[in-house]
Design a protein around this ligand. Structure first.
Ligand SMILES: Nc1ncnc2c1ncn2[C@@H]1O[C@H](COP(=O)(O)OP(=O)(O)OP(=O)(O)O)[C@@H](O)[C@H]1O
Ligand SMILES: [Mg+2]
Length: 608
């Protein structure tokens, strides 16, 4: 297919292998239109689709080999044939950013699922795309600078009110050098109305509306960090989750990273939902790459009904859900996590604290594996691509705390669940993730089986943030906090050792002293580590209340007891546990709360 001057040949499909399509580059006026890695192209099957529309199947170029390129198609490729024309967009796979993102439920390519449901029923017909944002709705734009202002990438131009959030309209994030505002106008406008004109240092003028586009595979702050208009900071404060086991023992920092590996059914999704609901952040992005369609449907039907404990409004007001099921094409699943991260980075850039939850990143890694297999790349461990590790690393590296252009601090915290087959944490996705994140909340089958929820295993989990945030804990909770938590951690290990011994020798085989140690650690587990997600008080425990409860538990398990027989030990700790559980259920500072504390103290005073 040698093109000559004056002749235009579109790119064409030369081979189809499931979702992978090989394309020959097209030409214009005899010039070859080179295909670029990660460019979006549209395959146009020659037969029109079912509704008589000419289909445009979105695809992304994965690999360029001279004139040829391999592209993964984000849709079913049935009916695509050799010779079908391919339109080159010249653009990378991107998302639209602007007011109106909050509250949306998107698929991995930012198609809004609610609008799709209204227009097409539950599923988007092949080749159809919907605008990610409502371009009819009007927003009240308030300029924050005047004509003549000079700004750099990410600089604040104006704001619009998005629900209870002040949404910043910023200078494009990859703007080189300074721009000068040549015109800016207040008003009630649609997203695509120009509201400001800027001139760059070469004298080129550009109109800007309320939206921006960003290629999802590139970190949004890249250019701003490199040109020092934005700055990366060391995470230095706690992201309170109100889950005792997490906040006290395995804390997550704002701007930090964490993972939740766990066997099938151990409670990964429930824990992610608890984090989404109760974490002290402004905005939550949920990426549901569920295995089962049912799980994803649960997420999208459940969330809008949940109320935001912070404001009493709907949880959806501060949430964006990106969801994919295994019935969606692999490529769309692979892209969804990047779509989620990019949206998170966008709100972080405005100075918000954002939490991104991905459930489960194993599905994402499997999508990568499938695509890599089709590309016949050299496989690594368990047939995952050799670059699995670096992909996981560069994904989590997009989390972090930054100082935005106008001095505001914003954070993006990322917590991904991992679902290793058979609960075997030695597999590559879990291992690579563990090598990357700074907090590991490992769920155990044993604890889930015993209904010890949340089933985070305190003997295998860890968090680097306990040490990293030592200064924060000292200033905001208690100067002795980190040390006391370590003491409790040690008690759990001692208790486990005694329990293992008892499994062999029975209760008689251990000393009364060891038995007390075991009962102390069991008490700590029952009343502090375990938390009832279905009780309205216990479901979410403020850091202040954690401090009070922890101090009591600490005192009770670090004091000496002079029991002479095991039955008495057991009876004492059983009563203590009962009282403490009721205390956990009592409304803070209620008469019941105070009465139970007194009873606990009285029981302890009477103990030998
Ligand atoms: N914190 C909790 N409190 C009470 N019950 C829980 C809790 N966490 C999990 N469960 C129970 O365990 C079940 C399975 O939990 P979940 O769906 O979160 O597991 P999962 O690890 O996400 O499973 P999968 O591997 O299938 O995705 C829940 O339906 C619920 O009954
Ligand atoms: Mg799950």
């Amino acid at each position: 297919m040698q093109a000559t001057r004056g002749q235009n040949t579109p790119a064409r499909v030369v081979a189809v292998q499931e979702s992978l399509v090989t394309i020959q580059a097209g030409s214009e006026d005899g010039r070859r239109l080179a295909l670029k890695k990660n460019e979006v192209v549209y395959i146009e099957p020659r037969r029109p689709g079912l509704e008589g529309r000419r289909e445009k199947l979105k695809a992304e170029v994965l690999r360029v080999r001279g004139d040829l390129a391999d592209a993964q198609v984000f849709e079913d490729t049935g009916g695509v044939a050799v010779g079908d024309p391919v339109a080159q967009s010249g653009e990378m796979l991107s998302v639209v950013l602007g007011p109106g993102l909050l509250g949306q439920v998107y698929d991995g390519l930012q198609n809004p699922l609610e609008s799709i449901a209204i227009q097409y029923g539950t599923f988007l017909p092949r080749g159809a795309a919907m605008p990610a944002l409502d371009f009819k709705k009007k927003w009240s734009f308030v300029p924050r600078v005047q004509t003549g202002a000079r700004l750099r990438a990410g600089g604040l131009l104006g704001t619009v009110q998005e629900g209870r959030f002040t949404h910043k309209i910023m200078v494009p994030f990859d703007q080189q050098g300074e721009i000068e505002v040549t015109w800016i106008q207040e008003g009630s406008v649609t997203l695509d109305t120009p509201v400001v004109r800027v001139r760059d240092r070469h004298g080129r003028e550009q109109s800007l509306d309320l939206t921006r586009r960003w290629p999802v595979r590139r970190p949004l702050a890249d250019h701003m960090l490199r040109s020092s208009v934005s700055e990366r900071l060391y995470p230095h404060e706690l992201m309170t989750t109100t889950i005792r086991l997490v906040d006290t023992f395995f804390p997550v920092a704002r701007g930090g990273t964490g993972c939740i590996p766990g066997p099938f059914g151990a409670g990964k999704t429930v824990l992610q939902h608890l984090l989404a609901k109760h974490s002290a952040v402004d905005i939550v992005i949920v990426v549901a790459c569920g295995e089962r369609a049912g799980e994803v449907v649960e997420t999208i039907t459940e969330f809008p009904q949940l109320s935001d404990p912070g404001t009493g409004g709907s949880l959806m007001d501060r949430t964006i859900i990106i969801c994919n099921t295994s019935s969606m094409p692999v490529a769309a699943r692979e892209a969804s996590i990047y779509t989620g991260v990019t949206l998170g980075e966008y709100y972080r850039q405005m100075g918000f604290h954002v939490l991104l939850l991905a459930d489960s990143t194993s599905r994402w890694a499997q999508a990568m594996r499938e695509t890599s297999g089709r590309l016949e790349e050299i496989p690594g461990e368990e047939a995952f691509p050799a670059y699995l590790d670096s992909s996981i690393r560069s994904l989590y590296e997009r989390a972090g705390l930054i100082r935005a252009v106008d001095g505001a601090e914003g954070s993006l915290t990322m917590i991904g669940s991992v679902s290793p087959a058979g609960g075997n944490f030695e597999e590559p996705v879990t291992q690579s993730t563990l090598g990357t994140v700074k907090c590991f909340l490992g769920l155990s089958y044993d604890r889930a089986y015993k209904r010890f929820y949340p089933a985070i295993d305190p003997l295998i989990s860890w968090s680097r943030y306990l040490e990293q945030l030592a200064a924060w804990f000292s200033a905001n909770v208690d100067p002795a906090w980190v040390e006391q938590v370590a003491t409790m951690q040690a008690l759990l290990e001692q208790g486990d050792a005694v329990q293992q011994m008892m499994q062999v020798t029975g209760e008689e085989g251990v000393t009364t002293e060891d038995y007390v140690t075991y009962q102390k650690s069991l008490f700590l587990d029952m009343v502090y580590l375990q938390q009832d997600a279905f009780d309205k008080v216990d479901a979410s425990v403020s850091l202040e209340r954690q401090r009070v409860a922890f101090a009591r538990v600490y005192a009770l398990v670090t004091r000496d007891y002079a029991f002479t027989d095991k039955a008495a030990v057991r009876e004492y700790f059983t009563r203590l546990t009962g009282l403490f559980k009721n205390f956990n259920y009592a409304e803070s500072e209620s008469p019941e709360y105070r009465r139970l504390l007194q009873e606990i103290d009285a029981l302890a005073t009477d103990a030998p």
